[in-house]
Write a protein that binds this ligand. Structure first.
Ligand code: ATP
Ligand code: MG
Length: 455
């Protein structure tokens, strides 16, 4: 199917010239001369990839038309042709989220570049929307498994929260407790389920990159900024922006984030105008943010702004009542995946699972069960593959903070390195940031080694 372009232009000569030109560029082009006609065209349920519109039309203003259609045409990009070099109109166009504007008379080649840019941006938005729809059915509150008091209460809270349009919230909990899962549930069962869920891990990028990812940039804003880039705030328009590991964000950038969240308006790097964005923020952290605030590492004002709703997920060791259901869930999932049929869980296995401290929480549990199911050769859960550090003996308790390496030639030096990294990844539930911290190295170095050893 060809991409569709709607041209709204009442000057017949110009309209025809534009339509002819873009048909030649292989656009499925429709030309209308008034807003009423445009409305009639759109009523058929057609969503053009790009709308190229005049500002002043016989039956109204193109900008009012765009404003009126906000929320209906979410993944269409708008380009405006301005007649009289009117600055205030163009500023309003951009604030309403138009892709760009161009003054008449316009050079067709330049216009074509703009239309192409707008099309790329609209396509990216559509991909996000499609993903959102596919995911829509995948996440429901029932997916949060567990019968402990804490989880029952959490499910009740999520049911309530998902029915109200909240502006921001903080989810806290140790690594692997389900912060990502809850974010997905909240988005896909909430009022913004049809909009995109856009995620970023604030610990994964250096400050400058994180800033340009969040806010976007104009061409030429810095070396390497070849094309205009819409930031995550814009991409999350009408949806949810998930800021993972917010506690790691640079304090100066926190100031900029606060302004954006308060005003729901952002400015691209190198940009000269502000853009309205309608996003709901979910911020996650495995740190104690209040403690970070008192230590001067997290801005108090941002903390209060985000903390409209606060959800804390307790670690697995404090809700062992959830273990049985979770184990059953993960066994069933992996039985299906690897055509195994584990049905018997010996009491000794349950005891071991219940006396372990689960530093990597549910993610660690999930990984261990996966390994055990994969290596099972009967319908009995293979206890020998549990390999949990036995925290009851003093020697092993010591080992919780370290690893045991046999120095009898069975392991080569690279084997040892590989073993240490694997062990730390297991204990952190594959959390690279936490693992790097434990190993006193950077995420980049650790990632390199993970690749090197195919971990
Ligand atoms: N209550 C639960 N029921 C079922 N699955 C769960 C539950 N909690 C967590 N999980 C699963 O455990 C895994 C880890 O959860 P998730 O990635 O959401 O943790 P997280 O808190 O975001 O961790 P991190 O801080 O490391 O990013 C996921 O596969 C998730 O689906
Ligand atoms: Mg996560």
């Amino acid at each position: 199917m060809r991409d569709s372009l709607l041209i709204i232009e009442d000057e017949t000569l110009l309209g025809n010239e534009l339509a002819r030109y873009f048909r030649k560029q292989n656009w499925e082009t429709t030309l209308v001369c008034s807003l009423a006609e445009a409305e009639k065209y759109l009523e058929q349920g057609i969503e053009p990839l790009v709308v190229l519109s005049d500002m002043n039309l016989p039956d109204g203003n193109g900008l009012d038309f765009l404003e009126q259609l906000k929320g209906v045409l979410n993944s269409t990009e708008w380009l405006f042709l301005t007649g009289y070099g009117s600055v205030s109109d163009s500023v309003r166009a951009l604030r309403l989220g138009a892709y760009d504007f161009i003054e008449k008379p316009c050079d067709l080649k330049r216009l074509n570049l703009l239309v192409e840019g707008a099309a790329r941006s609209a396509r990216a938005q559509r991909r996000l929307d499609n993903q959102a729809q596919e995911q829509n059915n995948k996440y429901s509150i029932r997916m949060l498994v567990g019968k402990s008091k804490a989880i029952c209460l959490l499910r009740e809270m999520l049911t309530q929260v998902s029915q109200v349009p909240f502006s921001s919230m903080i989810i806290s909990g140790e690594t692997g407790t389900g912060k990502g899962l809850i974010t997905n549930i909240l988005h896909y069962s909430g009022t913004r389920a049809k909009g995109p869920l856009v995620e970023i891990n604030c610990a994964a990028l250096p400050r400058e990159l994180l800033e340009s990812e969040l806010f976007g940039y104009e061409a030429g804003a810095f070396t390497g900024a070849k094309k205009r880039h819409r930031g995550l705030f814009e991409q999350a328009h009408n949806g949810t922006l998930f800021l993972d590991e917010i506690g790691e964000m640079d304090i100066e950038l926190q100031g900029k984030l606060l302004k954006a969240v308060e005003e729901l308006r952002i400015r691209r790097l190198g940009g000269d105008h502000e853009i309205d964005v309608d996003v709901q923020i979910i911020a996650a952290t495995n740190k104690d943010l209040q403690h970070e605030v008192s230590a001067g590492r997290f801005r108090q004002d941002l903390y209060h702004r985000l903390n409209v709703i606060n959800i804390h997920i307790p670690p697995l060791r404090e809700r062992l009542d959830d273990l049985r259901e979770l184990v059953q869930l993960f066994i069933a999932e992996n039985n299906a995946k690897s055509s195994k049929n584990i049905r018997v869980i010996p009491d000794t296995v349950t005891q071991k699972l219940e006396s372990y401290t689960w530093p990597g929480n549910i993610r660690e549990l999930r990984n261990i069960i996966e390994r055990c199911v994969l290596l099972a050769n009967s319908d009995v859960f293979p206890e020998q593959w549990l390999q949990l550090p036995n925290s009851t003996t003093p020697a092993a308790a010591q080992m919780e903070n370290g690893v045991f390496l046999p120095l009898d030639g069975t392991l080569t030096l690279p084997d040892m390195e590989k073993y240490i990294i694997q062990e730390v990844l297991n204990r952190t539930g594959n959390n690279v940031t936490a693992a790097a911290r434990m190993l006193g190295t950077t995420r980049e170095t650790l990632r390199y080694r993970v690749q090197k050893y195919h971990l």
